[in-house]
Design a protein around this ligand. Structure first.
Ligand SMILES: Cc1cc2nc3c(=O)[nH]c(=O)nc-3n(C[C@H](O)[C@H](O)[C@H](O)COP(=O)(O)OP(=O)(O)OC[C@H]3O[C@@H](n4cnc5c(N)ncnc54)[C@H](O)[C@@H]3O)c2cc1C
Length: 197
């Protein structure tokens, strides 16, 4: 049975998932292949959750003093940990997914996580929707930008992208980027009229 480059060939599943309670060698012929086909036959679906990383002061990045990239620009060093909030979100998702699937009458064949792996929570930075690094904070010692995404240290510098975010919700960042950019634009117009910048 061919695999079409996306891993849905039946033979690729051998050795990966248990079939009737046991893992088998990859490949297969005859009765064993029929057993696989019967076991995996039917509609399958998967669920993957997104949650919100809460804003935490002790999650931050800084310039790494010794390492530079191939252009000679210093790289960033990240200090970022999940807290109990994110772990509990993942647990709730996992339990909700299992409840939905079980009530649908589905047989769950893979992906059951537990406290041992933080309920399947991926490492910080693994998933897409990159935001943050120059967060907005009223106190210049705690964040480089003010609430208008203007640099505390340089009044003529505005960061109108996702860099100013202090956390990332489970939804897409683009609308928030646009809303913040609009607020920044209105502030710039106001400040220019007042000849503050
Ligand atoms: C696969 C994928 C799918 C996504 N889908 C969605 C979606 O459907 N909806 C949604 O809202 N969001 C989505 N996102 C998230 C969204 O793309 C990001 O949150 C958003 O692009 C962040 O915008 P940004 O301008 O802050 O950063 P970026 O778009 O990452 O821009 C940073 C820019 O800085 C440049 N740069 C970096 N270092 C330097 C340097 N030293 N000098 C000069 N330039 C530099 C980079 O080349 C880049 O152009 C997705 C992201 C990914 C990866």
């Amino acid at each position: 049975m061919p695999g079409y480059g996306f891993g849905f060939g039946m033979e690729n599943l051998n050795g990966k998932y248990e079939v009737n309670g046991k893992k088998k060698e990859a490949g297969g012929y005859g009765a064993s292949l029929k057993e696989d086909a019967r076991y995996f036959y039917g509609a399958s679906l998967g669920m993957s959750g997104r949650g919100e990383a809460v804003a935490r002061e002790d999650n931050y990045c800084e310039i790494e003093p010794k390492t530079v990239d191939k252009y000679g620009i210093p790289v960033l060093r990240f200090h970022y940990k999940w807290s109990d909030f994110e772990v509990k979100q993942a647990k709730h998702m996992q339990e909700t997914f299992q409840e939905i699937l079980t009530n649908l009458g589905a047989t769950i064949t893979y992906g059951i996580d537990s406290a041992a792996n933080d309920w399947g929570l991926a490492a910080p930075g693994r998933i897409i929707h990159e935001v943050g690094t120059v967060r907005m904070m009223d106190d210049p010692k705690k964040g480089p930008l003010n609430k208008y995404s203007q640099a505390h240290d340089c009044k003529n510098l505005f960061v109108s992208d996702a860099g100013s975010f202090v956390s990332q919700a489970d939804k897409n960042p683009t609308w928030t980027i646009l809303a913040l950019s609009m607020r920044t634009s209105e502030y710039i117009i106001d400040q220019m009229k007042k000849k503050e910048i």
